[in-house]
Design a protein around this ligand. Sequence first.
Ligand code: 6R9
Length: 632
Amino acid sequence: MAEDFNVKLDTAMYYTPSEECTKDSWAGDYNQRYQEFVADPAAYWEKIARELEWYEEWDQVREWNYPHAKWFTNGKLNITHNCLDRHVFNQRRNKVAIMWRGETADEERIFTYKQLYQAVCRFANGLKSLGVEKGDRVCIYMPVVPEQIIAMLACARIGAIHTVVFGGFGVAALNQRIRGVGAKVVIAADVTFRRGKAIPLKTIVEEAVVNAPSVERIVVLRRDETKPVELHPEMEVDFNDLMENQPRECAAETMDAEDPLFILFTSGTTGEPKGIVHTCGGYMVGTYYTTKYVFDVRDNDVYWCTADPGWITGHSYGVYGPLLNGATCLIAEATPDFPDNGVWWNLIEEYGVTIFYTAPTAIRMFMRVGAEWPQKYNLSSLRVLGSVGEPLNPEAFEWYYQHIGNRECPIVDTWWQTETGMHMITTMIGEPMRPGFAGKPIPGIIADVVDKDGNPVPPGTGGLLVIREPWPSMMRTIWGNDERYQKYWNTIPGCYTAADLAVKDENGYIMVIGRSDDLIVVAGHNIGTAEVESALVSHEAVAEAAVIGKPDAMKGNVIKAFVILIEGYQASEKLINELTYHVRMTLGPIAIPSEIEVVDALPKTRSGKIMRRVLKAREMGMDPGDISTLED
Ligand code: 6R9
């Protein structure tokens, strides 16, 4: 149980970033700002919402009908108006919005705000010509290219709900997500490039739309113009053809603050992944606010978030947050180790990146290959470093601080989730940083570490991480399954449960330890044990499967699978390879177990539930704890 662990808080070590990097930051004085929020939460959020443009103002800032919240009720807006029009029709018209870089230096494309605005309008008109209307779902399955962002914004422009599916997912995962939302249109690319190789996406889409009757059209971005893939005209249309000859203006649909903006799937503990629903108004305010105040974005910044928009980090801090702030963003279809381990540092030098946001798993990979790589490049443009996805362990913090930030840049270790939509906990710029600890709730958020009854636990005692009051960018429901949504607020009385274990120090700094449920965070990506297990079991040789997360120095966790074979099948290297391949094909490369062990039996409860923690304890040579419910 969560309360069974304690963390030794010996010598507290706090780092103070250089004043040059932190003075006059938007964050200001943390305590003062936090007090301002506590004194009048509605007024606090209202003031932030007023920094953006609305077609009609809200009647009420917050309506809390536990466990359902509405924000900025009856407010009317379009998020793309604030991402694009607000800048185009003001001073940022010719400012660079996005700079895209492919794997090689000659693959570069740059869009000013005006160019991005026009591309979005043209593609939005194209979607309309296919019959896409407000409220329709559109699935986007693309690599990191400008068209991915254009597609997202075009949906938002006309009020269609986008569901971005990470390009690393396989047929089964894509099909499940398309069917889960009943997508009318799928927007895909023919290929994605990885380590110099073109990896086909279109063939995956072709298979994934079988048994997905809602799909009427597939829009295909054909990247290789020299040998374009064939399109099947009854269903498929070319991305650029669809844009061609479309007007460069497309009136933004008037959206209610509570209309859905997008659905993004995240892995659940049981069965199907959860379609997290975010709405237009609150999400806009939350991502605008945190991008501005946590990262301290300014007009002359060059901002780079390395996350793919297939994940929430890419949505909130790769697309919406920075564009809402009129930032210049770098996006790159670049693997951190190709063509060599210096490619990211080269990009920082070449583009003069000032704000850099990445994941601990990447930092740990760079630690392994050595500080000589960043040392080859001039990283002095950097002024703010960010981290997200997993705990930033003190070793990785130290390395990041020293070798990337030159002991000058503040590191914002941001804790949040797909469900929260925006940052919840971090150490705001200017505050002393404690390695290993994300920090404190940002102004606007009330977070705590509690026992299972919701009582705060003392410093040093482990507990569950909870949020006490609703916030603008919280998920509103789970698509098609509100009951599952309600569980988040019903597990601990009066609190939103994050399903993370955490511990506080004497100063209220929070260290996030890991998941309390059956999610495995591999290299910053959440993988549900159930998804991998069902992929394994779908192979003809496998009778039963159980997977666990095993701590890994590089990826945080790796997946270990235990399988019981169907009689007549023999364990062999060939079979293990086949199973690995099978998971790759059904779920994609991110879900591949790094170890598959063939066993005769699995520990189960009497009711037939696999007891993964018993497997895990055994694997780690630890006490399995309470095994009273164990079958035999
Ligand atoms: C944004 C994102 C959410 C889970 C979350 C937690 C882990 C995220 C973290 C962190 C420690 C941080 N997590 N940020 N753990 N420190 N700074 O990653 O969303 O993909 O939904 O994952 O990731 O376990 O509950 P999502």
